[in-house]
Write a protein that binds this ligand. Structure first.
Ligand SMILES: C[S@@+](CC[C@H](N)C(=O)[O-])C[C@H]1O[C@@H](n2cnc3c(N)ncnc32)[C@H](O)[C@@H]1O
Length: 384
């Protein structure tokens, strides 16, 4: 069943949107405290804001962001924080304005994201910027415009982070149609049937899609003999690769409606230059993955884990993974970071820490202090 991308989207928040919002919410508060240490004012941009509230009473991203900021400010925050929420639809804009009017640090802007890029770009030269980009489909995304902001990572050396909802599924369908290739029917075994823009209303153009992702690189992927789910994944991988040119730490989280789906509704893609940001995002996305995995829990408890390791990673493999990252004496913090980089969204940071502590207790690892309770700066190594 198709769902039109219109204001009725905001009648009720869907389960995967809740998981997405939890990731945003869990990340923001620690982000604010960490980034405040850089002493620059902070700007959070909700580039595709919506009305702020869903019909069922759930907060939308503008309110989630404003409440986080309000909470830290109420405790005496060391740097100014402002929030910019962008929404073109007149009706949604009016509701948005109303939703956030009690937050003096927040401003609703009516228009499209690209119309405010110049303003954001200017602010990025003096502010730490967190960009939340959450469109319905891929329309409204313009890679070259986003690049104008990202370049400040090098030009002004300010902190910029991006959390992007990339709808690779929608992009793949539009791309196939634009290339006059067969668009596969939506398969209930592999993907959610409530696709937000199932009927492609305006005929997609190659030029528009090039603008969305900043080049023609997607065309060989869609023309290749890969399966449809593989093409969708490859598009997301290549978006990550492109972000990696700007951001040292890039990660992705496939947002699936159901655990058995191989085609996610969309990917949440995050870019930052701070390793700590990757660790925080890992933990938020691990939590999201566990909520999804819970949907596949058997009704009656079983002795062994019956769900696939792609859904429920085997914690028993963690010590071996940790050991692989201790070929030479290495700070605990670096080991944890490298485990997360290699196995993103599988294990929470505290689980990795716990595994290291257990290995120290069991003598499978040694620490330079000789203690089992250590901090991230202490080197760990394999015993001779
Ligand atoms: C998926 S919804 C956003 C939901 C919101 N982030 C939340 O969690 O509550 C996408 C929103 O982007 C708006 N929109 C559409 N085109 C846009 C554009 N070019 N620039 C900014 N916003 C746009 C739509 O009107 C819609 O409200």
């Amino acid at each position: 069943m198709g769902h039109k991308a219109d204001n009725s989207f905001f009648n009720q928040k869907r389960p995967w949107s809740k998981r997405k919002d939890n990731i945003l919410q869990c990340y923001l508060t620690p982000y604010l405290y960490k980034i405040a240490t850089q002493r620059a004012p902070i700007l959070i941009v909700d580039a595709f804001a919506g009305p702020g509230k869903f019909g069922d009473g759930e907060d939308g991203s503008p309110l989630i962001i404003c409440k986080c900021v309000d909470q830290v400010r109420s405790k005496g925050f060391p740097v100014p924080v402002s929030v910019m929420c962008i929404e073109p639809d007149p009706e949604l804009f009016s509701t948005l304005n109303n939703s956030i009017k009690s937050f003096p640090f927040a401003e609703a802007k009516q228009g499209e994201f690209h119309e405010y890029i110049q303003d954001i770009e200017k602010l990025a030269s003096s502010h730490s910027v967190f960009l939340y980009i959450d469109p319905w489909t891929v329309e409204g995304l313009q890679w070259a415009q986003m690049e104008k902001v990202f370049k400040h990572l090098f030009v002004s050396k300010m902190s910029i982070e991006v959390l992007l909802n990339f709808n690779a599924l929608s992009f793949a369908r539009r791309g196939l149609a634009a290339l006059k290739l067969a668009v596969p029917n939506s398969d209930p075994a592999t993907e959610d049937q409530e696709e937000i823009d199932a009927p492609i209303v305006t005929s997609p153009s190659v030029i528009n899609l090039n603008n969305v992702v900043g080049g023609a690189w997607w065309q060989p992927i869609l023309m290749s003999p890969l399966t449809f789910p593989q093409k969708v994944q490859q598009l997301a991988d290549d978006i990550c690769a492109r972000l990696s040119v700007r951001f040292k730490e890039v990660c992705q989280h496939p947002m699936k409606a159901m655990p058995n789906h191989s085609v996610p509704k969309y990917f949440l893609i995050f870019g930052s230059r701070h390793p700590d940001a990757l660790l925080l995002m890992n933990d938020g996305m691990v939590e999201s993955q566990r909520v999804l995995a819970d949907l596949a829990k058997p009704k009656d408890p079983t002795l062994f884990e019956m769900r696939p390791t792609s859904l429920v990673p085997d914690i028993e493999t963690l010590p071996g993974i940790v050991l692989n990252h201790v070929q030479t004496p290495t700070n605990r913090g670096t080991v944890i970071l490298n485990v997360v980089r290699e196995h993103f969204c599988k294990f929470a940071v505290k689980e990795i820490r716990h595994s290291i502590e257990n290995m120290l207790k069991e003598g499978k690892l040694k620490s330079e202090t000789g203690k089992t309770k250590i901090n991230n700066d202490v080197k760990i190594f394999r015993p001779k």
